[in-house]
Design a protein around this ligand. Structure first.
Ligand code: NAD
Length: 259
């Protein structure tokens, strides 16, 4: 379905971003993987994926806290053939009560989880408009729809991503470009494993018990959403079946936000 198209997936060396990149590659799309790191293993990951799926896969480093690096990333994507699909996935987390929240962590979370999506969209949209087709997929969260304590920066950023998605969707209407958000509940990735380990240490319990408690608090279905399931969401959003979806939030959260 995506043959001849190129997808930029930010923050795609692990977790959800990697799951989405793999699902898009399986549809024949070329992939630009990204992270702020620039390790041999990042480039090896791209080479392995290219071999596995028989598509072009390159790794391009860019620290998404820096608008100039995002601009340069967009230009490098253009040189690889354009940006047909943009997946704004990079994200980070920090938990602390609001009055003890480190200012630099607030700034970093807003920059990576929210502002980077503004900068990538700003750079990619003219390329998509020119092509007459494009898919912008923003990875928000259940925390873009509801809140939890001790996550002020993350909740503010993710609500911002949902708002940005709606506003861009309206601007894109009738251009062949769509903009939608994916809102996962818990997904067992390095971002969440850090929270499980911190909870286990704080409560003096085993990580397995901390994992059960974490999911039990929020998700009645008691199952983590998988990166593969979110990859399937991204494929759906690129398909003709989703061509009339604009500004939507696709939720996969085991009933979290149904309560
Ligand atoms: P992860 O830690 O596995 O991956 C995060 C990715 O972002 C990594 O590739 C990392 O290199 C990249 N990244 C971090 N800082 C960056 C920077 N400054 N510049 C460029 N790249 C940077 O996390 P994940 O759980 O896969 O999260 C991916 C997205 O999904 C995030 O936006 C997160 O908020 C969202 N999300 C995660 C969950 C979950 O339960 N894991 C739930 C809902 C939403």
């Amino acid at each position: 379905m995506l043959q001849g198209k190129l997808a930029l997936v930010t923050g795609s060396t692990s977790g959800i971003g990697l799951g989405i990149a793999r699902a898009l590659a399986a549809q024949g799309g070329g992939i630009v993987l990204n992270s702020f790191t620039d390790r041999d293993e990042d480039h090896a990951l791209a080479a392995d994926m290219a071999k596995e799926f028989g598509v072009k896969v390159v790794f391009e480093a860019a620290d998404l806290t820096r608008p100039a690096e995002i601009e340069s990333l967009a230009r490098r994507c253009e040189a690889h053939g354009g940006v047909d699909v943009l997946v704004n996935n990079a994200g980070t987390q920090h938990t602390a009560p609001v009055d003890q929240f480190p200012v630099e962590r607030w700034d970093a979370i807003i920059a990576i989880n929210l502002s980077s999506a503004f900068h990538t969209i700003r750079a990619a949209l003219p390329i998509m408009r020119k092509a007459g087709w494009g898919r912008i997929i923003n990875v928000a969260s259940t925390h873009g729809l509801v809140a939890s304590g001790e996550k002020t920066a993350y909740v503010a950023a993710k609500h911002g991503v949902v708002g940005l998605t709606k506003a861009v969707a309206i601007e894109c209407a009738d251009t062949g470009v769509t903009c939608n958000a994916i809102c996962p509940g818990w997904v067992l990735t390095p971002l969440v494993q850090k929270q499980i380990d911190a909870r286990a240490a704080a409560a003096g319990i085993a990580p397995e018990e901390a994992k059960k408690r974490l999911i039990g608090e929020k998700q009645p279905q008691l199952q983590f959403t998988s990166p593969e399931q979110l990859g399937a969401f991204a494929v759906f959003l690129c398909s003709p079946a989703a061509s009339n979806m604009q500004g939507a939030q696709l939720v996969s959260d085991g009933g979290w936000t149904a309560q």
